[in-house]
Design a protein around this ligand. Structure first.
Ligand code: DSN
Length: 428
C-alpha cells in the first residue's frame, strides 16, 4: 500500500489491470498468471543490483547474494530439462534469439525458419525484424490441406538454400514437432538446428510433447508462457560442444559453445542481468518441479483439445482440425469475419484473444483471417474440460450477434459471473 500513497496514478492503473484480469477470460496463448511468489521476487530489492558477468565472475562487487540467486535458477532449470547448459539472463525471448543468432551466424548467413504467416515468429527471419535484416532469411510452410509442417518442403528448401541454421518452433502452431525429421534435414546440409520452444516449454518440461534437447543443438524459450514464470528468456543446450570455427579464448584455448553463448548474451547483446527477474525465474522453476505442475500441464492440453472439439462441433474451422498443445487457431473465413473484427467483438465481452494469420491467409497481418486461442491462463484459474463449452458458446454467440450491443452486454455479465467461480489473486 506504499504505492497507493506515493503514486496514486500508477496504483490506480495497477488496480484497473488487476480487475481486468480478474473479470475476463484470458485466451491469449502466450499469456499466463504467474504466482504471487514469483511477483514478490520480481518486486524485490534484487532490482537494485548490478551484476554484469556470470556467477563468481562479475564486473561488480557485492554480488555474493545474486550469484546464489542466479546459480539457483540455473540449477533448477537443469533439473527441469535434460540439459548441460543454461543461460538465464536473456531479458526476453527475442533477446535470447538475438544472442543465439549473434553467436552462431555472421551477417549475411542464411536462416531457414517457419513463415510468420504460417505460425512462425518475428525473430525467425522476418524482414521487419533484426533476424531478417541481418541474415538472409528463407521460410518453410505448412501443408495447405492438413495444416501440418510440410517436412518434404523443409528438406527441399534446405537443399536449395544451404542455411547455416534451421529453426523449428512457432508461435501459432497447434501440433507437435518432429525434431528427428528436422535434425536429419539439418545434418543433410550441415546446418545447426535450433528449437524455439517459447510456447510449449511447460508441456515439454512434463514430457507431454516430443523432446527437442536430444536432437537440437540449441533451444531457446521465454519463461512466462506455459512455464508460468516472470517475463524473460533462457538459452539451453542438451549437450555442450567445441565451437566448430576454432574460436579461442584469451588463453588461446578453443572454446566450447557454452562460452560463445554466454559471451553473446553478456557482453555481446546485453548489459546487467535483471537479477530480480532471475529470482522470479528461480521461483517459477521451483514450482515447475512440483507434481502439481504436471497436473496443470496435462490440464492445459485437455482444455485446448476440449475447446477445439467444441468449436468443430459448432461448425468452426480449426486449423489442422485440432491441437496437441495449448493452442488452437480458428479460421474465420467461413464466418465472414476477419481476425481483427473477431478480436474486437470478443474484447467487448471481456474475452481476450489475438487476431492471427491462418496458413495461406490473403489478409494482411494487421487484419488477418483468424484468431489464436490458448488455454494456459484459464487453466491456471482452474477451468477444466467441462467448462470449455461455456466459453466457446459465448464466443459463438458474440460472433454471431456482434451488432446487438444489448446482447453483447448480457454475455459480458454472464462471463463475469462465471469467472467469479475461479478467483484470481484473491489476496491482492
Ligand atoms: N508475442 C509472442 C506470442 O504472442 O506468441 C511471441 O513472442
Amino acid at each position: 500500500m506504499i504505492l497507493k500513497k506515493s503514486d496514486a496514478d500508477v496504483f490506480n492503473l495497477v488496480q484497473l489491470e488487476l480487475k481486468r484480469q480478474q473479470n475476463g477470460v484470458e485466451l491469449i496463448a502466450s499469456e499466463n498468471f504467474t504466482s504471487i511468489a514469483v511477483m514478490e521476487a520480481v518486486g524485490s530489492v534484487l532490482t537494485n543490483k548490478y551484476a554484469e558477468g556470470y556467477p563468481n565472475r562479475r564486473y561488480y562487487g557485492g554480488c555474493e547474494v545474486v550469484d546464489q540467486v542466479e546459480q539457483l535458477a540455473i540449477d533448477r532449470l537443469k533439473k527441469i530439462f535434460p540439459i548441460a547448459y543454461a543461460n538465464v539472463q536473456p531479458h526476453s525471448g527475442s533477446q535470447a534469439n538475438a544472442a543465439l543468432l549473434f553467436a552462431i551466424l555472421k551477417p549475411g548467413d542464411a536462416i531457414l525458419g517457419m513463415d510468420l504467416s504460417m505460425g512462425g515468429h518475428l525473430t525467425h527471419g522476418s524482414p521487419v525484424n533484426f533476424s531478417g535484416n541481418t541474415y538472409r532469411s528463407h521460410f518453410y510452410r505448412v501443408d495447405s490441406e492438413t495444416g501440418l509442417i510440410d517436412y518434404n518442403y523443409v528438406a527441399e528448401q534446405a537443399k536449395k538454400i544451404k542455411p547455416q541454421v534451421i529453426v523449428c518452433g512457432a508461435s501459432a502452431y497447434s501440433r507437435d514437432i518432429d525434431y528427428i525429421a528436422f535434425r536429419n534435414i539439418a545434418d543433410s546440409v550441415g546446418a545447426f538446428l535450433w528449437a524455439d520452444i517459447a510456447h510449449p516449454a511447460g508441456l515439454i518440461a512434463k514430457k507431454l510433447l516430443n523432446d527437442p534437447f536430444a536432437h537440437c543443438h540449441f533451444v531457446t524459450s521465454t519463461t512466462h508462457k506455459t512455464l508460468r514464470g516472470p517475463r524473460g528468456g533462457i538459452i539451453m543446450m542438451g549437450k555442450d560442444f567445441e565451437n566448430p570455427w576454432g574460436r579461442k579464448d584469451t588463453k588461446g584455448k578453443v572454446t566450447m559453445m557454452s562460452y560463445i553463448l554466454d559471451m553473446a548474451i553478456f557482453p555481446g547483446t546485453q548489459g546487467g542481468p535483471l537479477e530480480h527477474v532471475i529470482a522470479g525465474k528461480a521461483v517459477a522453476f521451483g514450482e515447475i518441479l512440483t507434481p502439481a505442475f504436471e497436473i496443470y500441464a496435462k490440464q492445459i492440453i485437455k482444455n485446448a483439445q476440449a475447446m477445439a472439439q467444441s468449436f468443430i462441433n459448432m461448425g468452426y474451422k480449426v486449423v489442422s482440425n485440432g491441437t496437441d498443445n495449448h493452442l488452437l487457431l480458428l479460421d474465420l473465413r467461413s464466418k465472414q469475419l476477419t481476425g481483427k473484427e473477431a478480436e474486437a467483438i470478443l474484447q467487448k465481452i471481456d474475452i481476450t484473444t489475438n487476431k492471427n494469420m491462418v496458413p495461406y491467409d490473403t489478409q494482411s497481418p494487421f487484419i488477418t483471417s483468424g484468431i489464436r486461442i490458448g488455454t494456459p491462463a484459464i487453466t491456471t484459474r482452474g477451468l477444466q474440460e467441462k467448462d470449455m463449452p461455456f466459453i466457446t458458446e459465448k464466443i459463438d454467440q458474440a460472433l454471431s450477434h456482434h451488432s446487438d450491443d444489448k446482447r453483447l452486454e448480457d454475455i459480458k455479465k454472464s462471463i463475469h459471473d462465471f469467472m467469479r467461480q475461479f478467483p484470481l489473486y484473491p489476496e491482492l
